[in-house]
Design a protein around this ligand. Structure first.
Ligand code: ZN
Length: 129
């Protein structure tokens, strides 16, 4: 089993709104004279989202064991609200998200290895599996 330390050394890509396929569109209903400010708000929202997503890896698969989080039973909830783990290898994920500007969404995202602590005991535990 891949350790957190090995995943950190792999320099994985961070999630972004673009590589996660997230989108926001300015509705056709928005009057012409308000479109410019709506587009500006959209740009701010995307920048906020990208800043938030740096702490996660793109895609729906566990970076450690490749389990697909879209499959039923692929993760279980932890004791902290909105947090969980991969059901196969216990890699930490977050499901309930809130950006700095207060945008919220729900999606199973695996933490980026660079934001994880790696106590020696965790590495030993991972290697035993
Ligand atoms: Zn896993």
């Amino acid at each position: 089993m891949t350790t957190i330390t090995e995943l950190q050394a792999a320099e994985m890509q961070c999630a972004t709104a673009e590589n996660m396929g997230m989108s926001i569109s300015v509705s056709d209903d928005v009057p012409e004279d308000q479109r410019e400010s709506a587009e500006a708000e959209k740009a701010v929202a995307f920048a906020d989202l990208d800043e938030y997503l740096v702490a996660f890896v793109p895609g729906e698969k566990c970076p450690r064991c490749d389990s697909n989080f879209a499959d039923l039973g692929s993760f279980f909830w932890g004791i902290a609200n909105g947090e969980g783990f991969c059901s196969q290898c216990r890699y930490p994920v977050r499901v309930c998200h809130k950006t700095k500007k207060g945008w919220t969404f729900e999606r199973i995202l695996a933490y980026h290895p660079s934001v994880l602590c790696t106590p020696e005991s965790e590495n030993n535990e991972a290697e035993e599996r």
